[in-house]
Design a protein around this ligand. Structure first.
Ligand code: GMT
Length: 391
């Protein structure tokens, strides 16, 4: 089994969620996982004997205008790698993690392997920025393996940075078991009456999410049928969304739930996910919604069409076409037969193409490839019905 260091953004955001869930599942498979971040990843939750946390502490010295977090992270990655004899670092989001991992490898030696997962804006926004571009390209070329979370992002990485190195496509994943039960009717009744449809948007409310489009789509749906909207998450455009909701007189129909941890409980009571983003390399919330049997109405931007099968598990329209999106939403919500076809197809697609078991194995295969180690199958306990693995 491998000793793996994981660096990621530990706060809200899809890349941190993916890194944390991956770490938990790898730990369950017997690997030793060391999270090296500035705070405990927010979805880490449970205690596990194979999971360790190492806090990156940044010195606040008076000559610094900006605290040198990146340097402290590089140093910590190297320290932990040496102390814990890590086989590899799996870093999520190129900036600064892949660059810090490159530095750490210089300090530790070539036996420490680096796997970098690109998540989206690290390429689509930062990779296009002259202040970071060359450094990102270097970190990618120096990684022992690079993965991208969608075909769209993979191709964009090649186009934007001229990367020549092969990149593995490894989609984001979801644990379908966490979504198997149907939603709690009591919880749902707090937000919507039996005759009302419940729409949801979940994000970090950055401009790329186009939250005003979410309000616009909802207003159009609500004009035609009784409906409510839940906003989950926080971020810079939250105030704008709230102001527009008030302007339209919809404040008694729209809930702002803020940051939430148990997203599966909330998704399972919703009828429709709205994701009209300007750009989305994958759209993890659309996958989480799919796993809960909730179709998505969104934009056909970036990697979203690889996640949402247009016309089967929801509908996609060009960015900004809120009228068309609202029409799609109404078509689904007003036809129980069409809705249940899309809902069932969504849960099925999440299970077939994005299930945690298969995707975690793809990451493991990459780890074994770069370290040259071979997969060891753990002997399982022979007692009837016991799944405990000895090792
Ligand atoms: O959105 C970002 O700037 C960063 C990143 C994050 O940490 O949430 O989001 C990206 O990674 C997610 C996980 O792989 C993807 O589901 C999101 O689509 C992607 N965001 C964008 O491409 C805008």
């Amino acid at each position: 089994m491998l000793k793996i260091g994981i660096a990621c953004y530990p706060t809200l955001g899809g890349s941190g969620v993916v890194a944390t869930e991956l770490g938990k599942l790898l730990a369950e498979r017997g690997h030793q996982i060391h999270f090296i971040t500035e705070s405990v990843p927010f979805r880490l939750g449970k205690f596990h004997k194979n999971i360790f946390f190492h806090e990156v502490e940044v010195i606040d010295y008076h000559v610094f205008r900006y605290p040198p977090y990146d340097l402290a992270l590089a140093n910590k990655l190297a320290q932990v790698a040496k102390l814990e004899e890590l086989d590899l670092l799996h870093v999520h989001y190129a900036v600064p993690h892949a660059i810090c991992a490159y530095l750490a490898k210089q300090m530790v030696g070539g036996h420490l392997k680096v796997v970098t997962t690109l998540h989206g804006t690290d390429i689509t926004i930062l990779g296009n920025d002259p202040s970071l571009r060359d450094l990102i390209r270097l970190a990618i070329h120096q990684s022992d393996a690079v993965t991208a979370v969608s075909k769209d992002l993979l191709l964009e990485t090649i186009a934007v940075l001229g990367v020549e190195k092969p990149i593995d496509l490894v989609y984001n994943f979801v644990d379908p078991d966490g979504y198997r039960e149907s939603g709690c009717p009591v919880l749902r009744s707090h937000y919507a009456a039996p005759d009302e449809k419940l729409l949801i948007h979940m994000s970090n409310f950055r401009p790329v999410k186009r939250v005003l489009d979410v309000v616009d789509i909802f207003a159009r749906v609500h004009a035609e049928m009784p409906a409510k909207l839940m906003f989950v998450g926080e971020g810079p455009d939250l105030a704008k969304a709230s102001a527009r909701v008030h302007e339209l007189g919809l404040h008694d129909r729209v809930f702002f739930l803020g940051k939430q941890e148990n997203v599966s409980d909330i998704l399972r009571i919703a009828d429709l996910m709205l994701l009209p983003s300007e750009k989305e390399s994958f759209g993890l919330v659309a996958l989480e919604a799919m796993a809960a049997g909730v179709p998505t109405i969104g934009s056909d931007a970036g990697g979203i069409p690889e996640v949402v099968a247009n016309g089967e598990t929801g509908f996609l329209a060009p960015v900004g076409h809120t009228r068309q999106m609202a029409e799609y939403a109404l078509a689904l919500l007003q036809s129980p037969a069409l809705y249940s076809r899309h809902s069932e197809a969504a849960a099925d697609r999440a299970r077939r193409l994005f299930s945690a078991d298969a995707i975690v194995q793809q990451y493991e295969d990459i780890y074994y490839r770069v370290t040259g180690a071979s997969r060891r199958s753990e002997p399982a306990c022979a007692a009837d019905g016991c799944n405990y693995k000895i090792g």
